[in-house]
Ligand binder design. Sequence first.
Ligand code: T4K
Length: 369
Amino acid sequence: MSPEPIHVVRPFLPPLAEYVQELESIWETHHLTHSGPKHQALTAALADYLSVPQVSLFANGHLALEAALQTLGVTGEVITTPFTFASTTQAIVHSGATPVFCDITADSYVMDPELIESLITDRTSAILPVHVYGNLCDHARIQEIADAHGLKVIYDAAHAFGVTKDGIGVGSYGDVSMFSFHATKVFHTIEGGGLTFADERLSQEFAAWRQFGQYGKEDSGAIGTNAKLTEFGAAMGLVNLRHIDATIEARRQLTLRYREHLASVPGLSLGEDIPGIRHNYAYLPVVFDPEEFGRSRDDVLRDLADNDIYARRYFHPLTSQFSVFEGRFPAEQTPVAAGIADRVLTLPLYAGLPASEVDRICEVVLAGR
Ligand code: T4K
C-alpha cells in the first residue's frame, strides 16, 4: 500500500525558493493587498496566457461569479445546469435571481443547448452554463439563442483554465467568463478567481465591486463587498504560471494512462480528446454502467477508500437536489443529469501523481467485478 493516502486532487506547489524569491519585493514595499504590483502583474500575465482582452481578479471564483451576475444586472430567472459545484447555483440565488435548471448532454455533461429555448420566459435575463471538467459548452449555439432573446451569457469556466478551441481561449465566450484559481485547480493562487471579458468599461465596475463599491478613495458609488486577491496569492499565481504548461502536460500523460487501463472496459465511460481543442485534463470523470460493469459507482468508491484512495462523486447530488431547496426542483426535470450524478466518479488526477499509482488505482477499480 502507498505510504500516504491519495486524494482526488493535490494542489500544485512550485519550488519553495521560487515563491520566496517572488515574495521578496513585498518585504520591500509592504504592499500586501489592494491591487498591488503583484495583482497588476498577474492581471496582465493572465490576459496574455488566456488570450483575452480583460481580466479582473478576485479573492475566489465564487465571489467573481457573484460580481459578474450583479454587475451585469442579472435579475429574474437564470437558465443554468444542476450538474456543477454548489457555487454556480448559490451565486445565482445569492444575487437575488432564480435558477432554472436545464438538462445536460449525455456525452460531455454540459448544458444541452437544444433544451434552452423551451425554458426561456419573460423573466429570463441570463444563461449561466458551466464548462464542467473543462469540457466545452456549445458556445456558438448558446450565443445564437442569447442574441435572439436578448439574454446575457456568463460562463462558469472554473474548470477550464487554459482550454482553447481552434486557438481561441475559452474565456472569450459570452459576456463574461469566471475562472477559479482555488488550490485544487489546474492553475491556482491558493484561493482566488478571475473574470475575463471584452467590454473595457466592466473593468472599473468589477474593481469597485470587489472593494466596497468604491470607485475612488472615500465614497461608495455602488454596493459591493470585500473580494480582493492578496499579493501573496497573486505572487503564487505568477510563479505557478511559469509551470502551467508542464502541469497540463503531466495531467495529459496521466489521463492517457487511465484511458489505457479503463477506456475499453465495458460499462465504463471516459472522456476523449476532441480535435481542435487544447484540453486541460482538469478532472478524470468515469461514468459507470453497473449492469454492464458488474459493480456500481458507490461499490468502487468504497473499494478505493479501503485502499486509502479517496475519489470523489463530483457532482452528486445535483445542486437542484440540495436540501436547502426543499424539493422545489424535481430531479425528473433533468433526467440525464440525474443519471450521470448517480453514476459518476472522479478519480485522482494531479501533476506529481506517480504513473504507478494510476496503475494501482485502476487495478482497484477493476478488481471485484
Ligand atoms: N464553479 C465550479 C464549477 C466549481 O467547481 C467551483 C469550485 C466554483 C465555481 C467556485 O470556485 P472557488 O470559489 O472555490 O474558487 C473543491 C474546491 O474547494 C472547489 O474550489 C472546487 N470548485 C470543487 C470542485 O472542489 P471540495 O469541497 O471538494 O474541497 P475539499 O476540501 O474536499 O478538497 C478536495 C480534496 O483536495 C481533498 O480531499 C484533499 C485535497 N486538498 C484540498 C485542499 C483545499 C489538499 O490536498 N490540499 C488542500 O489545501 O471543493
